[in-house]
Structures are given as structure tokens and as C-alpha cells.
Write a protein of this length. Structure first.
Length: 149
């Protein structure tokens, strides 16, 4: 009795898995082109990073408020890139040859993240430099007070 129940559950899962995979095995024109050796079909989105990197080119960070705002925007862009990455992964899973598609999607994500990372490094460097300047000013005030006594 127990083994029959397990067998029914197992066979139901196999059937549902097979039915869910059937649409991914349809031969489309794009897949036929990929097999014949034409250029691979890439899943790409327009660059969403351009908005942040274009608004804040190198050397444009002039205050801590701007630096903090840029970091917030970078986090939002990172979340957008991750969301697009997940959508693209799902789109690739419907393809027969999904490995090449997934590799392209991962590479696109890596490139977009590297653009953001470059800006983030600049912002963090600026913030670190400003903390050093503030600390040096505070030390200079303390030294001046000690000499005044």
C-alpha cells in the first residue's frame, strides 16, 4: 500500500516535469539559426547603469551629501540589475541550449556590476578622504588648544 502511494506520487511528478519541459523543446527559428552556426541569440537589456555613471562622471563628487546620494542610487541600480538578471535567467531556462544564454546573461551582469563598482570605489575613496580631512582638522584644533594652555 505504502509503496503504491510512493509510486503514484513519483510518477505524477515525472509526468508534470515532462509536461513542463515540452515547450522548451520546440524548435524555433532562433534555435535553428543557433544550430546552423549563425550568431548566438543574446538576452540583453539596455544599459540601466548609464544613468548613474553618466550623471556622476569621475571627479564629480564634491560633498558628502552627494556621495551618500550616489551610494543610495548605486544600491537601487544593483537591485535593478539583479532583478533583470533573474528575469533573463528565466528566459534562458526556456531554451534548449540554455548554457550559452546563461553565460551571456552572467557576463552582461558582471559588466554592469563592474561599472557600478567603479563608481562605488570612487565614492568610498572620496568619503574616506573627507573623514581623514575632518579628523586632521579636529586634531589641529586639539593641538591648538593644548598650546594655548
Amino acid at each position: 500500500m505504502h509503496s503504491q502511494l510512493i509510486l503514484k506520487m513519483f510518477s505524477a511528478r515525472i509526468v508534470s516535469l515532462a509536461l513542463s519541459l515540452l515547450p522548451s523543446f520546440t524548435w524555433t527559428n532562433a534555435l535553428a539559426q543557433n544550430i546552423s552556426g549563425s550568431d548566438t541569440v543574446k538576452v540583453t537589456e539596455p544599459s540601466i547603469v548609464m544613468s548613474v555613471t553618466a550623471r556622476y562622471p569621475a571627479g564629480s563628487i564634491q560633498s558628502l551629501e552627494i556621495a551618500d546620494r550616489i551610494l543610495i542610487e548605486i544600491n537601487q541600480e544593483r537591485a535593478s540589475i539583479d532583478a533583470i538578471f533573474k528575469q533573463q535567467q528565466l528566459a534562458c531556462s526556456a531554451r534548449f541550449f540554455s548554457t550559452m544564454c546563461l553565460d551571456d546573461v552572467k557576463e552582461n551582469r558582471r559588466l554592469e556590476m563592474s561599472k557600478i563598482r567603479d563608481l562605488e570605489v570612487q565614492v568610498n575613496t572620496y568619503k574616506r578622504r573627507m573623514r581623514v580631512v575632518e579628523r586632521d582638522k579636529a586634531l589641529a584644533v586639539m593641538v591648538a588648544k593644548d598650546f594655548a594652555k
